[in-house]
Structure formats: structure tokens, C-alpha cells
Design a protein. Structure first.
Length: 227
């Protein structure tokens, strides 16, 4: 049976306040708060610095070196979305550049997560279009091979569903299942509150070893203090 290739026009998205809150919380906090899940891996790095975003995933499954499905994804995007692109096999091609960014920015897309390469990075930074990518490459692409838009995709073993919440910042990219967005925000806010209390104690001179019970753990695993 031939593989079916689709462009799904409509997807469910999480509550906008939950999306914004998770983006503001930052990937390190969200990742820890939801049980150390959802991290898409250290290979996906930002081309810019000092940016935090959260958005709804519009997913693309492409053929290596072919960006026709990225073009097909433009019309299904809405303001606040993040485009998340993977390939059926590894690709180092520069599959996205400033012209595509112009098109997606016109739809209100706030960023790109590219499990391949991008090009025109100076222009992308100047435009303010945020990108997290595996490669930077001037190698071009063709537009010949079918793929799909808004289907489940996998990046580094993490499944990203259309409409999942994607958080991205200087530390990387984390995906949160749409159904868990409200809970994830509660957990993240609780973690931030705990960290604020811990920060105050540390700034007052208290030691993390004693705050967290780690001194006894060191004893238990055989560490000795000597003069």
C-alpha cells in the first residue's frame, strides 16, 4: 500500500495563557517540572541568543533535501504557532531561509524548530525570526517529494503531536503534550516558587548541601571530610 501524504488544515491548540506561561517559565524549568520529559536534545541549538518563546506545534515531515512540505505548511499556520520540521532520514541541507521566514512571519509564526539545517542566518536574525536547528548550511534543496503536515513526528525519540506546546530558549527546546499544558504550567510555577525561596536562602549563606540533605547522602555513599 502506498504511503498516504496529507496536509491537515485544522488542529487543536492549548490555552493561550498556558502556552505563554510555559514559554516564560523556560525550558529547564518546564523539563524538570514535567518529570524530565520532552527535551528534543542538545543538537538543536538557537541561532540567536536571549530569546524565550512558547507556541503551538505545526509539524512537518519532509524528505531530506526537499522543502516543498514546508511551503505547504504556511497556509495552515496561525499566530503564535511554532513550525517543527523533521525528515524521513538525516539531512544537513539548508531547508529554510529568509524568504520562507517572511512567509511564516506574515502568518504570525513565532519560531522554527528544524531537525535539519537552515541558511541565511544573518538575515533571519536581523528579521527577528527565532530558529532552533541542528545544522547551519548553505546547501540548497529541491521541491519534488511528498511529505505531510500536522502529523505526529519524532525528534530524538520524542514524539511531537500537532498542537503540542513547544518551549524554546537558549537552553534548547522542550515539547509538552497539549493535554498536559495546564498541569505543566502549574508544576512549572510551583518549581519557580520553590527556586525563589531556595535562592533567598542560598544568598543568605545557607549551603545547598544542608538545604537538600546532600551532606548525609555524601556520608551514606562513603565520602569523608578530613582536615
Amino acid at each position: 500500500m502506498a504511503t498516504r501524504h496529507i496536509v491537515k488544515r485544522t488542529i487543536e491548540r492549548a490555552d493561550p495563557d498556558a502556552i505563554a506561561g510555559l514559554g516564560d517559565a523556560g525550558t529547564a524549568t518546564v523539563h524538570e517540572a514535567i518529570g524530565r520529559r520532552g527535551y528534543l536534545g542538545p543538537e538543536l541549538r538557537p541561532i540567536q541568543q536571549g530569546t524565550k518563546v512558547g507556541g503551538s506545534a505545526v509539524t512537518v515531515r519532509s524528505h531530506p533535501g526537499d522543502n516543498i512540505m514546508i511551503h505547504a505548511a504556511v497556509e495552515v499556520c496561525q499566530p503564535g504557532d511554532i513550525l517543527v520540521v523533521t525528515n524521513t532520514a538525516p539531512s544537513t541541507h539548508g531547508m529554510f531561509g529568509d524568504l520562507l521566514a517572511s512567509s511564516f512571519m506574515a502568518r504570525g509564526v513565532v519560531g522554527l524548530v528544524m531537525d535539519a539545517g537552515v541558511r541565511d542566518t544573518m538575515d533571519l536574525r536581523a528579521m527577528g525570526f527565532c530558529v532552533w536547528t541542528r545544522h547551519i548550511s548553505c546547501e540548497g534543496t529541491v521541491k519534488n517529494t511528498p511529505g505531510s503536515v500536522n502529523v505526529p513526528i519524532s525528534i530524538n525519540g520524542v514524539i511531537v503531536e500537532p498542537g503540542d506546546v513547544v518551549c524554546a530558549d537558549d537552553d534548547g527546546v522542550v515539547a509538552v503534550p497539549r493535554s498536559e499544558a495546564a498541569w505543566a504550567l502549574e508544576q512549572s510555577n510551583a518549581r519557580l516558587a520553590n527556586e525563589e525561596q531556595a535562592r533567598a536562602r542560598l544568598q543568605a549563606g545557607e549551603l545547598g548541601l544542608d538545604m537538600s540533605g546532600l551532606r548525609q547522602k555524601l556520608v551514606d555513599i562513603g565520602v569523608e571530610w578530613i582536615e
